[in-house]
Structures are given as structure tokens and as C-alpha cells.
Design a protein around this ligand. Sequence first.
Ligand code: 5AD
Ligand code: SF4
Length: 438
Amino acid sequence: MSKYYHIITYGCQMNVHESEKIAGILKELGYIPADKPESSDILVFNTCCIRENAENHAFGNIGMFKKLKAENRDMIIAVGGCLTQQIGKADVLHNKFPFVDIIFGTHNLGELKNLILKKQAQKKAVIEIKDSAGIIDESGSPYRTSYPNAWVNITYGCNNFCSYCIVPYVRGRERSRKPEDVIEEAKSLVAEGYREITLLGQNVNSYGNGTDYIRFPELLGKVASIDGKFRLRFMTSHPKDFSEELAKTIAEYPSICKCVHLPVQSGSDRILKAMNRKYTRYDYLKRVETLKKYVPDCAVTTDIIVGFPGETEEDFEDTLKLVGEVGFSSAFTFVYSRRDGTAAATMPDQVPEEVSKERIMRLVELVNAQTRKISEAYVGKTAEILCEDYDAKKKLYLGRDEFGRMGYFSCSENQIGNFVNLKITKANGISLYGEITG
Ligand code: 5AD
Ligand code: SF4
């Protein structure tokens, strides 16, 4: 009889890819994908803790499965990822949800097979969290679910300790994969037919630090030179390490998408300093200028936090001004969320929620206006879209152009994985609508 698995993933692309690795392990154990959690023999939560609401969301959802577990005692429920890796959180989770069978962290994902076998041999819950990461495990093979895109890790962990951020505490110190492992993986993915490769790291620009490996621009160039038609993306770039050489590399290779995610976080020097970002507003604008010097039409996207401790109206206005100056093609905006254990958690002058909410509304309005303008400029033009998916509700295919703009279109044949030319007929916010042209 078939055994089924289901994975519920929260958070960033790193987690999405780690869920593919978890799926690879479960497949190896003979499990096959279930279309819904209720039909699974093993249900895995891959959690996130970057902001409080991500954590609450996971806690709420796990709680909903108590009844299901009571009805089906043989079902295994496992919880892993960033949330469980926080000091003391595994115990909190176990006490709140004693029906959870396995709790694992970010550093022992590769051991999930053994944890499952252990649980099958014992009645009590298996709770194993490792304090730090070992050497990079290259053994598993992910079961990929993001075709035509394939995620490829280049680094794990982070050494930056931005004062608001919990990532360095739950993902450990930065480790770089060997360049030959990255290149080999990318080569075989292109040969298998993947049409887009996205290199992943918390700060891709510090790839190779502390090793004698090649640096990021060279690695990017080597992956970009792989034979075949595919697109190459990378994320995330820390502005402090964004070099002229990288801008030149982006310009040099047609396969590298002209779209850079460069989180600015704030436009105020005072706040950037308190955030421990290690660049000023001037530095950031200079980096964007350098990028545009080599790649004039490059789209720049960003992340912005409002309501960081001590942020005044004036600081916030500096952020609004910077958004206007750069002309981001899109931006992810967040209200600061206090994370225990980070430096900012104990800073004075935490900003009241209603002030942050009012600020984020103003910011979103500005970002949306810019985004809309960029989309509207597409109307009448042709964009090359890599079709990624089908939206069953809209009954439309969708995909992005090399600048990261999402385009929707209708077609009677399956287009997923194909490059299509779209004549853009309509823009709606961040989305474009068009028709396939010859
Ligand atoms: N509160 C709000 N946003 C945060 N981010 C990281 N930590 C926090 C926090 N404590 C945002 C940053 C980062 C993105 C992935 O999440 O903008 O770039
Ligand atoms: Fe967090 Fe800063 Fe590292 Fe990004 S660079 S993961 S924001 S600590």
C-alpha cells in the first residue's frame, strides 16, 4: 500500500528549496506526494520565524491538526525549520503540541530519515536540535517542485547580524558550497530541461569568504556560461558587498536576468547604523548608480522595514525619498517585528504599532504608484516571458520577463517551461496581461 507525504512550507525561497530536500528524503523512504495534508501518512511543517506573524501562523496551523492526529494515530507529524531552531522553542512546541511526533532544526534536516525511523521504533516524541551546522552535506537529492525554475544553494547561514534579524541565530555561520558542486548541479539541471536557475544565499555577494574559492561574480559568470537556453537569477545581495565587478558580470552575460534584489531596509543613515547594515544611504545610491552604469535598464527590487526602534518621522521620510530616487520596480515592505535574542529587541524607543501601520500604508502607496507606472510603460510593447505556471482561477498562464515582471496570458496548449513573446495589452498594478505573438 502506498504511503503519502505532505509538506507545509512557510517563509523564504531557502525554505521552499529545503522542503524539496525534505521531499527527496521522504521519496527515498517510499513516500509519494499527497494532494492534501489530511491524506498524508507523514505531515511535515517547515517553519519560519523571521517575523512574529510567521511564527504565529505556523503555531496556529499545527494546532489545527490535533484532531486529525487523534483520529489517525499512525500519522506522523514532524515540525522543523527556523522556528524550532530558536533556543528553547522545541520545548515550547512540545509542551503546547504533545501530539507532534518529530521536532528537528535547520542543522539536522539531512538526518530526517533517521529521525523518522527512530520515531517508528519508539512511542515518545523524537526531539533533536543541533546547536551548529557540520560540514555541508552534498549527499541528498531534492525532489524539485518549482519547474521550470530550479533553486541552487551557494551559501548557507549568515554572518552579518543585522540588529533586527534572527536568521544568523537560527541558520548559523555562513558556509559556502564548493564552486565545482554548484556548477555541476547547475549543469545537470540545465541538461534536465530546467529553464531558470536561481542561486540562493542569505548574502550571495559574500560567497567564498574565508575560503580560497572563486568569488561570487566569477561563480555567476561560470554558471551563466553553461550551454543551453536558460535564465539565471540570484538572491539575496547585501548592498555592502555589491561590487562593480558584479555589475559588469550582469551586463556581460545575456542569460543573467537584468533584475537585482538589493534590500535597502531604510533610507535613514541613523537607522541603517542602528540596524548594523554597514552602508549609508549614499553608499546604497552609489551601488545602484554603478549597477545602472553597466546595466542601464536593470530592475532593482528591495526590502524595507518600517518602525525600527527609534525611527522618527524624519527617518521615515528619508526612506520615502530614497524610494522615489531609486524608482524600485517592486518592494517588499515590512513592519519591524521584535525578535527575542536580537540586538534590536532590547533597544529603547520601540515604535508604537499604530505609528508603524500608518507609515507602512504611506510607503505601500508610494511603492504601488511606482510599480504601476513601470507596468503601464509595458503596454504596447513585447516582453519575453518564461511561462512558470497556470492560474486555475484566472484560467491564465503566467510567467516573468527577465526584469521580474509577471505576465498573464491565455493559451489552449500547455506552455509551462516555454519562452513566449507577449504583446502587452493591459497593466494592472504589478501584473501585465498580453497575447502571444508569432
Ligand atoms: N522585522 C521585520 N522585517 C524583518 N526582516 C528581517 N527581519 C525582520 C524583522 N525582525 C525583513 C528584512 C529582510 C526580509 C527577508 O525580511 O527586510 O530583508
Ligand atoms: Fe538577516 Fe542581515 Fe543576514 Fe539578511 S544579511 S539574513 S537581514 S542578518
